[in-house]
Design a protein around this ligand. Structure first.
Ligand code: ADP
Ligand code: MN
Length: 515
């Protein structure tokens, strides 16, 4: 520690005693430094200096041009938790490598081999998730249908004859309840109860459980607040760790940088890594991170609140899960589109609120949006017919209305149009589905009419061409009124019959799920 502060603070009392001139460090310098001991010792100052240094070393804004964002070596290590987790991962990886070596040594060329698989620590896309976390594995099936009721177990008892013990047995139940306290969050003090032969009644257990959960939520809330404040620019530490894991597992090679920061998501570019047994990773990937700051999503309520596919789930979920649901929804919608052969990004993996898909573009340069590209009149016409075709496919084969279709969400790549950004897409029978479709049609018509495509249908014609409906109103106001009347009719039908049956399709074919 610099002693200047102490020296400067010493009283200036004329020539000092003899020992002072002999002082091996020489006489105190008289340069006045306006910095007190308190300042020098100040933790605040130290922190500020460190921060300054760090900022100089790791500029906060990540751009593709500034070199890789996450490579496995250079990751932000400002959070202790993150550092610990990363070290643990590194340790686990080394442990597994050692295990593999031993496995190989033991097995040699033997035909019968022993597997250490179960002792491994790192599994390819292992997650540290608790049960409430949505992962690819949990959501492979399209969840936007009503949940099937879970069947009750057939046997609710153990033993035979008069020794039968049912799950309602008070002692068994009490012990079980005590053991179940282990599932509470680690911060929750349950004392020695688990070790003792304590029997908790259901009532006491339930009260405890309630309390444990609300405590957990409260601490999570406090935690989140802290994290979000530092996460405005790029991504929060938890997301960083998720991204780091993807690199660490070898699925991604490098995350090069950010290609877009929107209100609701941040999109990164990455080079794909090694293929796994069941998955080939594209050479270039786009990573869409749905923002976990909740404000932006509030105004999206109307897309899901009224969506019958969500109704059951929406009410049960906390905001964090709803955001994951957007990512999940985008994944399922992209998959449907892929199956119908519509040009769109291919899903690679979904991890919580992070969706990895194939990159539309080349060499880190994303394909331009339709609004940013100048097409020849021939290409413009080609693009128009392609979009008309895609809108029909989307509606009829995928049973979807894009709901945010415009020149901003269509990319021009490889001589054709690619559709992106489908997290908000809805079922045509969504209470506002037809209104969304009409809005999409208006955007598309206007864009191509302005772009000089003489063949472009007007918005009402386009709407009919896509939906197969035959709304005859010749002005916008009446047309919209008819759309709303149709939606209302469908809703009433749902209310009365409790079942979705489309009244939209003119050929009487209800848009049912094709999966
Ligand atoms: P937002 O909700 O922020 O509009 P988008 O899905 O539209 O999210 O993505 C934002 C931008 O990121 C897009 O306009 C596009 O430029 C880029 N982008 C998104 N996905 C991809 C992809 N798969 N390939 C290339 N660029 C992409
Ligand atoms: Mn977009």
């Amino acid at each position: 520690m610099d002693s200047v502060g102490v020296a400067a603070a010493a009283p200036d009392a004329g020539p000092g005693p003899a020992w002072q001139s002999k002082c091996p460090w020489g006489a105190p310098s008289t340069t006045s430094i306006s910095c007190s001991l308190a300042d020098v010792m100040s933790e605040q100052l130290a922190k500020e200096l460190q921060l300054e240094e760090e900022n100089a070393a790791f500029p906060e804004v990540v751009a593709a041009a500034e070199g890789p964002f996450i490579t496995g070596e250079n990751i932000d290590t400002s959070s202790d938790l993150m550092l610990a987790q990363m070290l643990q991962m590194e340790f686990d990886r080394e442990y597994d490598a050692q295990l593999r070596r031993e496995e190989k040594k033991i097995n040699g060329d033997s035909k019968v081999s022993i597997s250490f698989e179960n002792y491994r620590k790192v599994h390819p896309y292992d997650s540290d998730s608790s049960e409430d976390e949505v992962d690819w594995q949990d959501t492979r099936h399209d969840p936007y249908r009503a949940d099937k009721p879970t069947t009750t177990p057939r046997r609710g008892f153990i033993g035979k004859g008069k020794d039968i013990t049912t799950k309602h047995d008070e002692v068994v139940c009490g012990r079980k309840n005590t053991a179940r306290m282990e599932n509470f969050a680690p911060e929750f003090q349950v004392g020695d109860g688990i070790g003792m032969d304590l029997k908790l009644s259901n009532q006491v257990f339930n009260a405890l459980k309630q309390h444990a959960y609300s405590e957990e939520r409260r601490s999570a809330r406090l935690h989140e607040k802290k994290e979000h404040s530092t996460a405005e620019k790029a991504v929060d530490p938890k997301t960083r760790l998720l991204l780091y894991k993807m690199v660490n597992s070898g699925m991604l090679e490098t995350i090069t940088g950010c290609i877009s920061t929107g209100k609701e998501s941040v999109v990164f570019h990455a080079y794909g890594g090694n293929a796994t047994e069941d998955k080939v990773i594209p050479p270039e990937c786009a990573i869409k991170v749905f923002k976990t700051t909740l404000n932006e999503f509030k105004n999206r309520d109307k897309y899901i609140k009224d969506d019958y596919r969500f109704k059951d789930r929406f009410s049960k979920l906390n905001p964090r899960k709803i955001i994951r649901m957007w990512a999940e929804k985008e994944m399922h919608n992209l998959t449907r589109m892929q199956n119908a052969g519509i040009p769109c990004p291919q899903v690679v993996i979904l991890k919580k609120h992070v969706l990895v898909m194939s990159f539309i573009g080349q060499d880190q340069v994303p394909a331009p949006k339709l609004k940013d590209v100048t097409l020849s009149s021939e290409d413009m016409k080609k693009a128009y017919y392609q979009i008309l075709n895609m809108m029909q496919q989307l509606y009829r084969e995928c049973n979807l209305v894009h709901a945010d279709l415009s020149e901003y969400n269509m990319l021009w790549h490889d001589g054709k149009v690619w559709l992106i950004d489908v997290s908000q897409s809805v079922d045509p029978t969504h209470p506002h589905g037809l209104e969304f479709l009409f809005r999409d049609c208006r955007n598309v018509s206007q864009f191509f009419q302005k772009g000089g495509v003489a063949e472009a249908l007007n918005e009402r014609e386009l709407f009919n061409a896509v939906s197969g409906l035959n709304i005859t109103a010749d002005n916008e106001v009446d047309f919209q009124a008819e759309i709303e009347a149709l939606e209302k009719m469908n809703e009433d039908h749902v209310q009365n019959h409790g079942k979705k049956l489309s009244t939209f399709s003119s050929d009487g074919d209800p848009p049912i799920y094709d999966e």
